[in-house]
Design a binder for this molecule. Structure first.
Ligand code: SAM
Length: 239
């Protein structure tokens, strides 16, 4: 895995911008993922090359489009740590919060970052995004960056994620390239939640013919009172 990751980072133009030991650390993380996946459902990808390309390099590609240095970031629905854990390995100064509604995935992830020795500026919250973004919790309008990959349709995802972003910050939604209709359907939600689409970046995952998309949504105004709503309401009546 290490060679594939190293070559992929080079192809993405990231060599020299990330720590020298990042490929080895990402490979170790990938190995731990494959081992644990035999007893816990963490990923549908079951071989090293797929993990290296479709998890590690897919997430690493975000560095082409956004500056993460020293920023605060919450990774909503992080699961086995994608993209958050990859970003933390590549940009150690990142102050990261992992959020997921499944405690056992977060428990496993804590083993990963302890084993890799990168425990600085890491927080993990077990819970639902729509509950953590409630005013009394204190995390609203407060993060420089919010990421999410494979969590929900963009319209729903905006209500889960945009409330965490501070004004001037960005929500980075990782999507496939056939997300045009999702994006169009999310236009109302984005506007209502104080956002504006600031960029749509398609990128090729190194060593594959797969193109993925990063949608960057800039937060222009504070979150409206009353959002996010309860999960049942979000699902039943998406914005
Ligand atoms: N982001 C990871 C990735 O790309 O591999 C995990 C994707 S997994 C398909 C979706 C994750 O989102 C699950 O771990 C699930 O527990 C979490 N999730 C779904 N809805 C959530 C919510 N409302 N709040 C927090 N976590 C949520």
């Amino acid at each position: 895995m290490e060679e594939i990751i190293s070559a992929g980072l080079e192809e993405l133009g990231l060599t020299g911008r990330v720590p020298e030991d990042a490929p080895a650390q990402l490979a170790q993380y990938g190995q731990m993922l494959l081992e644990k996946n035999q007893v816990m459902n963490l990923t549908a990808i079951r071989e090293p090359e797929g993990v290296a390309r479709l998890h590690m390099l897919d997430c690493a590609a975000l560095l082409k489009f956004c500056d993460f240095e020293g920023k605060t970031l919450i990774d909503v629905g992080t699961g086995a740590g994608f993209p958050g854990m990859v970003l933390k390995i590549l940009v150690p100064s990142l102050r990261i919060t992992f959020l997921d509604s499944l405690a056992k995935r977060l428990d496993w992830l804590s083993e990963v970052y302890e084993d890799l020795g990168c425990i600085d500026s890491i927080t993990a919250f077990h819970g639902r995004a729509e509950e953590f973004a409630a005013p009394l919790m204190g995390y609203r309008d407060s993060f420089d960056l919010v990421t999410a990959r494979a969590v929900a349709d963009l319209r729903v995802l905006c209500e889960l994620c945009l409330p965490f972003v501070k004004v001037g910050g960005q929500f980075l939604a990782m999507k496939s390239t056939n997300s045009d209709s999702e994006l169009a359907e999310a236009a109302h939600a984005i506007q209502l939640l104080g956002g504006r689409v600031a960029g749509i970046h398609n990128y090729l995952i190194p060593g594959t013919e797969i193109t993925h998309r990063l949608i960057v949504i800039q937060k222009m105004a504070p979150t409206l009172k009353g959002h996010p709503r309860r999960w049942a309401k979000i699902q039943k009546e998406p914005l």
